[in-house]
Design a binder for this molecule. Sequence first.
Ligand code: ADP
Ligand code: MN
Ligand code: MN
Ligand code: MN
Length: 335
Amino acid sequence: MALKAEYIWVDGSTPTRTLRSKTKVIYDEVKSISDYPEWTFDGSSTGQADGEFSDCILRPVFATNDPLRGGNARLVLCEVFNADGTPHATNSRAPLRAVAERHKALEPWFGIEQEYTMFQNGRPLGWPENGYPAPQGPFYCGVGADEVFGREAVEAHLDACLSANLTLSGINAEVMPGQWEFQVGPLGALEVSDQLLLARYLLYRVGELYDIAMTLDPKPVRGDWNGAGAHTNFSTNTMRAPGGIKAILDAMPKLQARHDLHIANYGEGIERRLTGKHETCSYREFRFGVGHRGASIRIPLNVEQAGRGYLEDRRPCANMDPYIVTRLILESVCG
Ligand code: ADP
Ligand code: MN
Ligand code: MN
Ligand code: MN
């Protein structure tokens, strides 16, 4: 039977690149990722080429079953290449491949907490037509129709991710009503990033079914409302081994030394989100601390108590590019 393969890639939109996809019906048998044919698309419509030489190349790198279409259907994540075979300027996965390879002896793991906000009729889901909901407080990990909004879509997304064999580690309702989180990992840098992009893709697709616009805006509502981040948890085999807290603390000055570079690459709108309020540290400062949710880097309490584990980089925004964030952390901490 013919296979419906959804080719998914990252475009050239500014200031934040977004996902694009189109369907290829494949009649030949496909057994492994290398059996998926390369394909082309019109880069002049995605911010990736001008009109004259507009063909860009899609090269499949990761595939899994498509739980929403069901049957003989696959999600096929692709890297984008130029006609001459070099990686496209928007292809942030290509540089990560080399960096991940260089540091593989350290067995780096990443766990990413993807926050997002549901919108309907131009406002966050569950918000009144005029004015604002009750102040933040009861919504985080809330339960009950007056405190959580959109749970049905959240559950459908979790089921879809698990059916697609994506390694989610949990979900929770967030501090701002209409805001939610799912976590991917822990996995290697390429794996967590590939899976995060497919989980985002499934989030948008589930949103279509419920007429909800899923957004990764890092500060969807101005004022006294939490922003949306993508906390990135990181460890090496040394950090996870007994006494690993020393390696975790050793990472702090290295991360501090490249703070500005990280901030500049952690998602558009980071200045709107990292204000120093709402469980953030100002983007102008670098601070770390145990169990400190107002820090740039948090060492979880259980990690300090165990003397080993991982660190949490709280700076990345919800709209960050995981290939860039994981590469910068690897280069800063391990490089
Ligand atoms: P928080 O308390 O910050 O909300 P979460 O439970 O939402 O934490 O997310 C923690 C993340 O850390 C999960 O994605 C989990 O997979 C990941 N994680 C757990 N252990 C490690 C580790 N040793 N290295 C990297 N990531 C890890
Ligand atoms: Mn979390
Ligand atoms: Mn969160
Ligand atoms: Mn967190």
